[in-house]
Design a protein around this ligand. Structure first.
Ligand code: IMP
Ligand code: MG
Length: 172
Protein backbone atom coordinates (compact mmCIF):
# COMPACT_ATOMS: atom_id res chain seq x y z
CA UNK A 1 0.00 0.00 0.00
CA UNK A 2 1.33 3.45 -0.85
CA UNK A 3 1.46 6.31 1.63
CA UNK A 4 1.79 10.08 1.41
CA UNK A 5 3.69 12.36 3.78
CA UNK A 6 3.62 16.15 3.45
CA UNK A 7 7.09 17.50 2.58
CA UNK A 8 6.15 21.09 1.66
CA UNK A 9 2.78 22.47 2.71
CA UNK A 10 0.46 24.51 0.50
CA UNK A 11 1.16 27.49 2.75
CA UNK A 12 4.94 27.17 2.37
CA UNK A 13 4.49 26.83 -1.39
CA UNK A 14 2.31 29.93 -1.53
CA UNK A 15 4.86 32.04 0.37
CA UNK A 16 7.77 30.90 -1.78
CA UNK A 17 5.90 31.32 -5.07
CA UNK A 18 5.06 34.94 -4.13
CA UNK A 19 8.79 35.54 -3.54
CA UNK A 20 9.70 33.92 -6.85
CA UNK A 21 7.19 36.12 -8.68
CA UNK A 22 8.83 39.18 -7.13
CA UNK A 23 12.28 37.91 -8.18
CA UNK A 24 11.10 37.51 -11.77
CA UNK A 25 9.58 41.01 -11.67
CA UNK A 26 12.89 42.44 -10.48
CA UNK A 27 14.79 40.84 -13.38
CA UNK A 28 12.12 41.81 -15.94
CA UNK A 29 10.85 45.30 -15.16
CA UNK A 30 9.37 45.54 -18.65
CA UNK A 31 6.98 42.97 -20.04
CA UNK A 32 5.83 40.98 -21.66
CA UNK A 33 7.63 37.93 -20.30
CA UNK A 34 6.86 34.60 -21.93
CA UNK A 35 6.33 31.99 -19.23
CA UNK A 36 6.81 28.64 -20.93
CA UNK A 37 5.40 25.80 -18.86
CA UNK A 38 6.39 22.20 -19.38
CA UNK A 39 3.24 20.10 -19.52
CA UNK A 40 1.71 18.72 -17.53
CA UNK A 41 3.54 18.95 -14.21
CA UNK A 42 4.29 22.69 -14.30
CA UNK A 43 0.74 23.90 -15.02
CA UNK A 44 -0.31 24.49 -11.39
CA UNK A 45 2.97 26.16 -10.45
CA UNK A 46 2.81 28.31 -13.59
CA UNK A 47 -0.74 29.43 -12.83
CA UNK A 48 0.27 30.61 -9.35
CA UNK A 49 3.63 32.06 -10.46
CA UNK A 50 2.00 34.14 -13.21
CA UNK A 51 -0.40 35.65 -10.67
CA UNK A 52 2.46 36.35 -8.23
CA UNK A 53 4.08 38.60 -10.88
CA UNK A 54 3.29 42.23 -11.57
CA UNK A 55 5.18 42.30 -14.88
CA UNK A 56 2.82 41.39 -17.73
CA UNK A 57 3.24 37.73 -18.70
CA UNK A 58 2.19 35.66 -21.69
CA UNK A 59 1.58 31.97 -21.16
CA UNK A 60 2.94 29.25 -23.44
CA UNK A 61 3.30 25.52 -23.00
CA UNK A 62 5.50 22.80 -24.42
CA UNK A 63 5.00 19.08 -24.15
CA UNK A 64 7.87 16.74 -23.59
CA UNK A 65 8.13 13.01 -23.23
CA UNK A 66 9.63 12.22 -19.85
CA UNK A 67 9.18 9.57 -17.21
CA UNK A 68 6.24 7.73 -18.72
CA UNK A 69 4.60 5.71 -16.01
CA UNK A 70 7.63 4.80 -13.95
CA UNK A 71 9.70 6.60 -11.37
CA UNK A 72 13.01 6.57 -13.24
CA UNK A 73 13.95 8.59 -16.30
CA UNK A 74 14.21 6.91 -19.67
CA UNK A 75 17.02 9.34 -20.48
CA UNK A 76 15.25 10.05 -23.73
CA UNK A 77 13.75 13.48 -24.37
CA UNK A 78 11.41 14.44 -27.18
CA UNK A 79 9.31 17.54 -27.86
CA UNK A 80 5.70 16.37 -28.25
CA UNK A 81 4.16 19.87 -28.38
CA UNK A 82 6.04 22.96 -29.52
CA UNK A 83 5.42 26.65 -28.79
CA UNK A 84 2.49 28.24 -30.63
CA UNK A 85 4.42 31.47 -31.28
CA UNK A 86 7.90 32.79 -32.03
CA UNK A 87 9.71 34.04 -28.93
CA UNK A 88 12.52 35.65 -30.91
CA UNK A 89 13.55 38.91 -29.24
CA UNK A 90 11.41 38.29 -26.12
CA UNK A 91 12.24 37.52 -22.50
CA UNK A 92 11.50 33.88 -21.78
CA UNK A 93 11.25 32.05 -18.46
CA UNK A 94 10.95 28.27 -18.72
CA UNK A 95 8.77 27.00 -15.88
CA UNK A 96 9.32 23.44 -14.62
CA UNK A 97 7.88 21.50 -11.70
CA UNK A 98 11.05 19.65 -10.68
CA UNK A 99 14.66 19.49 -11.80
CA UNK A 100 15.99 15.98 -11.31
CA UNK A 101 18.64 14.52 -13.63
CA UNK A 102 18.66 17.71 -15.68
CA UNK A 103 18.08 15.81 -18.94
CA UNK A 104 14.78 17.58 -19.70
CA UNK A 105 15.89 21.14 -18.98
CA UNK A 106 19.32 20.88 -20.59
CA UNK A 107 17.58 19.67 -23.76
CA UNK A 108 14.96 22.45 -23.63
CA UNK A 109 17.53 25.19 -23.03
CA UNK A 110 19.34 24.02 -26.15
CA UNK A 111 16.07 24.04 -28.15
CA UNK A 112 14.99 27.49 -26.93
CA UNK A 113 18.39 29.09 -27.45
CA UNK A 114 18.00 28.32 -31.16
CA UNK A 115 14.80 30.44 -31.11
CA UNK A 116 16.91 33.51 -30.25
CA UNK A 117 15.01 34.98 -27.29
CA UNK A 118 16.23 38.27 -25.78
CA UNK A 119 16.84 36.40 -22.52
CA UNK A 120 16.27 32.84 -21.34
CA UNK A 121 15.89 31.97 -17.67
CA UNK A 122 14.72 28.91 -15.75
CA UNK A 123 12.28 28.70 -12.86
CA UNK A 124 11.74 25.39 -11.09
CA UNK A 125 9.59 24.82 -8.05
CA UNK A 126 11.71 21.91 -6.83
CA UNK A 127 15.33 20.93 -7.28
CA UNK A 128 16.77 17.50 -6.43
CA UNK A 129 20.50 18.35 -6.77
CA UNK A 130 21.68 14.88 -5.69
CA UNK A 131 20.42 13.30 -8.90
CA UNK A 132 21.96 15.68 -11.44
CA UNK A 133 23.49 14.07 -14.54
CA UNK A 134 23.58 17.16 -16.78
CA UNK A 135 24.47 20.62 -15.47
CA UNK A 136 21.60 23.13 -15.59
CA UNK A 137 21.85 26.77 -14.52
CA UNK A 138 18.68 27.59 -12.59
CA UNK A 139 17.73 31.24 -12.08
CA UNK A 140 14.77 30.74 -9.75
CA UNK A 141 14.55 27.63 -7.55
CA UNK A 142 11.70 27.24 -5.06
CA UNK A 143 12.94 24.47 -2.77
CA UNK A 144 15.89 22.09 -2.70
CA UNK A 145 14.61 18.67 -1.73
CA UNK A 146 16.25 15.34 -0.81
CA UNK A 147 16.30 12.39 -3.20
CA UNK A 148 12.72 11.27 -2.61
CA UNK A 149 9.89 10.72 -5.08
CA UNK A 150 7.34 13.50 -4.61
CA UNK A 151 3.82 14.13 -5.89
CA UNK A 152 1.22 16.87 -5.64
CA UNK A 153 0.96 20.53 -6.74
CA UNK A 154 1.15 19.34 -10.35
CA UNK A 155 3.56 16.43 -9.88
CA UNK A 156 2.26 12.97 -10.62
CA UNK A 157 2.92 9.29 -10.28
CA UNK A 158 1.36 7.56 -13.31
CA UNK A 159 -0.94 10.62 -13.74
CA UNK A 160 -2.29 10.47 -10.18
CA UNK A 161 -1.91 12.94 -7.29
CA UNK A 162 -1.47 16.11 -9.42
CA UNK A 163 -4.25 17.99 -7.64
CA UNK A 164 -2.96 17.55 -4.08
CA UNK A 165 -2.38 21.04 -2.64
CA UNK A 166 0.85 20.03 -0.82
CA UNK A 167 4.03 18.44 -2.16
CA UNK A 168 4.14 14.99 -0.59
CA UNK A 169 6.62 12.12 -0.45
CA UNK A 170 5.14 8.98 -1.99
CA UNK A 171 6.29 5.68 -0.57
CA UNK A 172 5.08 2.20 -1.36
P1 IMP B 1 14.82 15.30 -15.36
O1 IMP B 1 14.84 15.35 -16.83
O2 IMP B 1 15.41 14.03 -14.82
O3 IMP B 1 15.43 16.54 -14.71
O4 IMP B 1 13.33 15.14 -14.90
C1 IMP B 1 12.43 16.14 -14.87
C2 IMP B 1 11.04 15.53 -14.93
O5 IMP B 1 10.96 14.26 -14.28
C3 IMP B 1 10.06 16.40 -14.21
O6 IMP B 1 9.45 17.31 -15.09
C4 IMP B 1 9.04 15.40 -13.69
O7 IMP B 1 8.04 15.18 -14.66
C5 IMP B 1 9.80 14.12 -13.51
N1 IMP B 1 10.18 13.89 -12.10
C6 IMP B 1 11.41 13.92 -11.57
N2 IMP B 1 11.39 13.68 -10.26
C7 IMP B 1 10.09 13.51 -9.94
C8 IMP B 1 9.41 13.26 -8.69
O8 IMP B 1 9.98 13.14 -7.59
N3 IMP B 1 8.06 13.16 -8.76
C9 IMP B 1 7.36 13.29 -9.93
N4 IMP B 1 7.96 13.54 -11.10
C10 IMP B 1 9.32 13.65 -11.10
MG1 MG C 1 7.45 17.25 -15.82
Amino acid sequence: MSSLRVLISAEQIHTRVQEMGAEIDRDHPHGPVYLVGILKGACIFLADLARAMKTPARLEFVGISSYGKGKSSSGEVRLTKDLDVSVEGFDVVVVEDILDSGVTLSYLVQVFQQRRPKSLRIATLLDKPDRRQRPVKVDYAGFHIPDEFVVGYGLDYAEDYRNLPDVCILTE
